[in-house]
Write a protein that binds this ligand. Structure first.
Ligand SMILES: *[C@@H]1O[C@H](CO)[C@@H](O)[C@H](O)[C@H]1NC(C)=O
Ligand SMILES: *[C@@H]1O[C@H](CO)[C@@H](O)[C@H](O)[C@H]1NC(C)=O
Ligand SMILES: *[C@@H]1O[C@H](CO)[C@@H](O)[C@H](O)[C@H]1NC(C)=O
Length: 350
């Protein structure tokens, strides 16, 4: 509709009025067009969002549609500067779970200025690219599909190598995270502003950011916004030597944002090998040891990665159905840890 309107306005603007009547007609038409544009803007930024706030039904019969369900009551936190040169891109391996994606995109688009998201679609049915409304301009999202004939034993790290191979030359950094992970920065920094600082240090190949896991906060059904709703977090585990960690590594784990010029290969989905002896460092420039991607002591003074690892009971149930890696013992583990209130992400709107 916006396109039709744009073409219409352009056509009108280009046609020369040959008489007074035509001139008058043009004025009336411009007025109507302006009003239409204003009403579209209003729908986008204000009133319109409330009309789709109760959108539990995202799949309408046959036609893939997807609405952005954030009920942000008109409040906006300050938007981050747009990374229009696409200095940093995100590489996200994903299957189905289409409703989780708009909040992820919205968050990083507005609050970190990210303008390039590669959604690496591992056998979704229907393909994720068949959906339209992602909550951010469609032009910022690129899709790549992997069907059953394009499978590798370690699909996630295979996909990460593909992101570097296909898109590495277009960006300075690529962040390798999942759609249930959200960056939080403090002190007026954003992800790109922090990365620009580490760009200057030639010994740095990647930045590793500690997780902040979120538990279900006792929610049984899917809330509209993860950031506004899952405000209960397991406390950080104590420092113990890597070799002595038993079981889940939880918040000790990092995810990586890698300099494309120094990329060598993923070691795990968490930690990458970078060339020439360059290393992955934490937010304070501390070197992260090779291994599973554990960073201790855990700090998130400048940047943290909030991980909605179980979500609500309903969502976890849905996930376990198609996900062999973790079952209910993982739910019990996360929910059983000592918890604290964690409201950090509620500051972000939309
Ligand atoms: C689980 O997989 C089945 C078939 O493989 C698919 O129809 C269904 O949509 C999937 N569910 C989720 C939540 O991904
Ligand atoms: C969840 O339920 C447990 C058991 O009733 C309670 O102790 C805990 O405080 C609740 N947590 C939240 C975040 O409401
Ligand atoms: C690695 O180091 C060698 C020797 O110092 C240098 O010639 C080369 O350009 C470096 N490679 C990268 C990707 O920085």
């Amino acid at each position: 509709m916006a396109d039709t309107l744009r073409n219409f306005v352009l056509t009108m603007a280009m046609s020369r009025p040959t008489s007074f009547a035509a001139f008058k007609k043009l004025h009336v038409i411009s007025l109507v067009a302006s009003l239409a544009i204003l009403s579209i803007l209003y729908t986008f930024w204000g009133g319109g969002l409330s009309s789709i706030s109760n959108s539990n039904e995202h799949y309408s019969s046959g036609v893939p549609t997807l609405s952005n369900p954030f009920n942000h009551d008109g409040m906006h936190t300050k938007a981050a500067p747009a990374d229009t040169e696409e200095y940093v891109a995100f590489c996200v391996a994903h299957r189905n779970q289409v409703r989780d994606i708009p909040e992820f995109l919205t968050h990083h688009y507005h609050h970190h200025g990210i303008r390039r998201f590669y959604i690496m679609d591992d056998r979704s049915s229907p393909p994720l690219s068949s959906f339209n409304d992602w909550g951010i301009p469609r032009s910022a999202v690129s899709f790549q599909y992997y069907d059953k004939n394009a499978q590798y034993p370690n699909m996630q790290t295979h996909i990460y190598s593909e992101c570097q191979r296909l898109y590495g030359s277009l960006h300075s950094w690529i962040a390798y995270i999942d759609a249930d992970e959200f960056f939080e920065t403090r002190g007026g920094e954003t992800l790109p502003s922090i990365l620009r600082e580490f760009d200057k240090d030639e010994s740095v190949g990647a930045l590793g950011v500690n997780w902040r896991l979120h538990s279900s906060a006792n929610l049984t059904t899917r809330p509209e916004s993860m950031r506004q709703s899952f405000t209960s977090c397991p406390i950080d585990p104590e420092n113990i030597p890597d070799g002595e960690i038993q079981g889940w590594k939880d918040n000790r784990l990092i995810k990586s944002i890698v300099k494309t010029a120094l990329f060598e290969k993923p070691l795990t989905p968490h930690l990458f090998k970078t060339v020439n002896g360059t290393r992955t460092v934490g937010e304070h420039g501390d070197v992260i040891e090779y291994g599973d991607g554990v960073r201790q002591p855990i700090t998130r003074e400048r940047i943290g990665l909030h991980h909605y690892t179980v979500k609500s009971r309903e969502q976890f149930e849905e996930k376990t159905k198609n996900w062999s890696m973790k079952g209910w013992e993982y739910w019990d583990h996360i929910e059983g840890l000592p918890q604290v209130q964690c409201d950090e992400m509620t500051k972000y709107k939309p």
